[in-house]
Write a protein that binds this ligand. Structure first.
Ligand code: GLA
Length: 388
């Protein structure tokens, strides 16, 4: 991959002298959805698909971007003096946002760059193509300019840029997973303290299978920010009657005892999801550690029901995929993954059932929805870094 991309860099930018190569993965979240901006736990893992960059430092302030995924757009040119979001900048708003965020933190970018990007995560599929591009940019800047930033800083800067430059009020999960991923491990992250622990996901008899519904979501346009606001209001209402900092501070019992403080049924449902999903995540990681994959799967299923009915971030196509999975032999658990409103499901499927899973669900989904789904049997990869 690296050699091919360097070759392409040379064709586009005229030289491959002193280029450096980088990679940042996408992620799949196993459980703990819409908890990361509610002070709860998440359990994502980095994938082996992600976003690549080939970069060459320039001697002036010019930024030249080229995406092999959007080759018809050609080179998109900008400048270090022009780090402001604009519609015309398209996908380059993501790397530019991260550059802006570094400068805002006092890290001076002393020269422009030529940057070639290639990603193999399907865009808008809920597998964090944008977070991987942000983390990738962070890794590039750290390496090219020798900035003393940790991988967690890079995740936080990526999130900051997405919130303040790109207008999506996302939590920290995606950038954290892309920056801090570890092969064959998921990350049990407390988003309140950023305390984290790696948990080996060694599924001897099963595989993680992602299904892309091919219904695209856009977090900015979607109700993602609305959900966040609803939870913030619910938290304020609860704080009138109980001393908590986040919804993640509540157990299920405490929530039930105090929920009447939330003055709308919709907000009660949203907060219920945040509280119960956090507790489910804690239970799921304990089950995994105890090698009780059946319980892990049941908690995944419960997570989906809660996201569908209480948080209302699923959609018809995703529910069809999950329903089909639940009815298929050898499926340990299945749920929507990521921000929602389309995108992907994640399922744990017994090894000997995977072929039938893909064939049967593929066929039935197409019959019911009218277009094909895509299936990925995935491996858990490492976090972002320089490509040797
Ligand atoms: C998106 C956001 C994350 C997280 C998930 C839902 O992926 O970027 O921060 O909130 O949705 O769990």
């Amino acid at each position: 991959m690296k050699a091919k991309l360097i070759e392409q860099f040379k064709e586009i930018f005229g030289t491959d002298e002193d280029v450096r190569a980088y990679f940042a993965p996408g992620r799949v979240n196993l459980i703990g959805e819409h908890t990361d901006y509610n002070g709860g736990h998440v359990f994502p893992c980095a994938l082996t698909i992600g976003t690549y960059a080939i970069v060459r430092k320039r001697t002036d302030d010019v930024l030249r971007f080229y995406s092999a995924n959007f080759s018809s757009l050609g080179i998109i040119e900008s400048n270090l003096n022009d780090l402001v979001p604009s519609e015309a900048a398209g996908w380059t708003n993501y790397p530019k946002g991260v550059m802006w965020a570094f400068e805002k933190r006092g890290y001076k970018l002393t020269s422009g760059m030529d940057i070639l990007i290639y990603g193999n995560i399907p865009n808008g599929s809920g597998l964090s193509s944008s977070a991987s591009l942000e983390v990738l940019t962070g890794v590039v800047l750290k390496d090219i300019f020798g900035f003393d930033v940790s991988m967690i800083d890079i995740a936080l800067i990526g999130q900051y840029s997405e919130n303040n430059f790109n207008g999506c009020n996302c939590g920290i999960m995606d950038q954290f997973a892309s920056a801090m991923g570890k092969k064959d491990n998921a990350i049990f992250l407390d988003t309140n303290s950023l305390h984290y622990e790696y948990a080996p996901v060694v599924l001897e008899d099963a595989k993680i299978v992602i299904i892309n519904s091919k219904v695209k979501h856009s977090l900015v346009d979607s109700a993602y920010n609305d959900r966040r606001n609803e939870c913030e209001t619910a938290l304020k209402e609860l704080q009138e009657v109980v001393d908590i900092k986040t919804l993640g501070d509540l157990s299920e019992e405490e929530f039930e005892a105090h929920k009447s403080a939330i003055k709308s049924t919709i907000r009660q449902k949203r907060a219920k999801h945040a509280v119960y999903e956090n507790q489910r995540t804690i239970k799921a990681v304990a089950a995994l550690k105890a090698n009780d994959i059946e319980t892990f799967g049941k908690l995944m299923n419960a997570s989906h029901i809660s996201l569908r009915d209480d948080y209302e971030v699923s959609c018809k196509e995703i529910d069809i995929l999950v329903d089909l999975a639940w009815k298929t032999d050898g499926v340990i658990g299945s749920r929507i993954t990521g921000g929602g409103f389309g995108g992907c499901t994640v399922s744990i499927v017994k090894n000997d059932a995977v072929d039938n899973f893909i064939e049967t669900i593929g066929q039935m989904y197409e019959e019911q929805v009218g277009h094909k789904a895509e299936f990925y049997v995935v491996d858990i990869g490492d976090g972002a870094g320089v490509l040797a």
